[in-house]
Write a protein that binds this ligand. Structure first.
Ligand SMILES: NC(=O)c1ccc[n+]([C@@H]2O[C@H](COP(=O)([O-])OP(=O)(O)OC[C@H]3O[C@@H](n4cnc5c(N)ncnc54)[C@H](OP(=O)(O)O)[C@@H]3O)[C@@H](O)[C@H]2O)c1
Length: 330
């Protein structure tokens, strides 16, 4: 998907959301919102009333949807207004789509990747005071340095999306130690250390949500992916472990497992003859995933709408990993 197209999709969503909020403000009910009796305070017709960031602290919990006192109605549990979200690998692909989706739900997004100009291009299409923080190369102290910058800038995040990742497509015999080290450093080591550093301030602020971007190959075998698959299996394992450890403190930890998404990561493979058709044969929904398909599930997991969901790895793969397709040509 082209950048212009991505940006337009994000703006379309934001426009739709604004229209929906204005419609709600005029008195029509939206899904999941409980309305106050007639005569109670109504939100202004000019748009939604934003809860200030301070409304979440101190001691607030993200466990139940909050009441927007000024509007006199319950907030939509999908609403992320007043929340701050860090998205790693936000410069393109799935991470950029996640940044747009969280922004459209009202969150302030901190975008991180190694390439500042690409992050700034994504940030230019966002509405809620986005911030760009450049990630270090895949160095040993990269996670620590990013965490320090984030905490210096905003104190704590309510939502952490660990999306940055690298892939290697190679036969296992061709894998080098450097390949395996890079895969583990970016996909596992830095993800775990960044999360470990950002969770304590999240707890101090009243709780939050961590969403890791894994892959279907973390749970299903795939040829030429041994190194990459090993790292995604590790992401699934640490997702469950962190959910168990930090659930009692109000932090939920989940993962999404995309199938084949049309991004830079897969573009070269998809350009080879016959690959698209063979992938489509494995996908019951019979289309490749767009980055938005993954991003909207991440936004759900980031929000209070998923408040009783933790420790889960949710496949967002068009059904690809659900079973065996014995008749792929039908
Ligand atoms: N595409 C798929 O089919 C697919 C399927 C399953 C899972 N996934 C997972 O989804 C996530 C995003 O993938 P994508 O398809 O959007 O890939 P992508 O288009 O290659 O984007 C990767 C992102 O990560 C950043 N990044 C790469 N290396 C980094 C490093 N060392 N430190 C910090 N940031 C780094 C990149 O920005 P810079 O280069 O500017 O740093 C970019 O923003 C990954 O975790 C991937 O494993 C993808």
């Amino acid at each position: 998907m082209g950048k212009k197209h991505d940006k337009r999709d994000g703006r379309d969503r934001a426009d739709k959301r604004n229209k929906r909020d204005k419609r709600d403000a005029r008195g029509k009910s939206a899904e999941g919102l409980e309305r106050e009796p007639a005569g109670s305070a109504q939100p202004p017709a000019t748009g939604p009333v934003s809860a200030p960031a301070s409304a979440l602290a101190p001691g607030a919990t993200l466990a139940t949807p909050e009441v927007d006192a000024r509007a006199g109605r319950r907030r939509s549990p999908f609403d992320l207004t007043g929340r701050t979200a860090l998205v790693t690998g936000a410069s393109r692909g799935i991470g950029a789509a996640i940044a747009r989706s969280l922004d459209a739900q009202g969150a302030r997004v901190i975008l991180s990747a190694r390439t500042r100009s690409d992050c700034e291009e994504v940030a230019a299409g966002l509405d809620n005071e986005p911030l760009v923080l450049v990630a270090a190369r895949a160095t040993d102290d990269g996670a620590e340095r990013l965490a320090t910058e984030v905490l210096d800038a905003v104190g704590a995040v309510d939502v952490l999306v660990n999306n940055a990742g690298v892939a290697r497509r190679s036969g296992s015999a061709e894998l080098t130690g450097a390949d395996v080290d890079l895969l583990y450093r970016v996909n596992v080591r830095n993800l775990l250390l960044l999360t470990a550093r950002l969770i304590p301030p999240m707890i101090a602020r009243g709780g939050g949500s961590v969403v890791n971007v894994s892959s279907v190959v973390g749970q299903r075998g795939a040829p030429w992916r041994a190194g990459y698959a090993a790292t995604k299996g590790a992401v699934d394992a640490l997702t469950r472990a962190l959910a168990m450890e930090h659930g009692p403190q109000g932090v939920r930890v989940n993962a999404v497992a995309p199938g084949v998404v049309d991004t830079a990561m897969w573009r070269a493979a998809l350009a080879q003859p016959g690959v698209v058709d063979s992938v489509l044969g494995l996908v019951p929904l019979r289309r490749l995933s767009k980055a938005d398909d993954v991003a909207d599930v991440v936004a759900f997991l980031a929000s209070d709408a998923s408040r009783y969901v933790t420790g889960q790895v949710i496949a967002v793969d068009g059904g690809m990993a659900s079973g065996l397709n014995l008749y792929p040509s039908v």
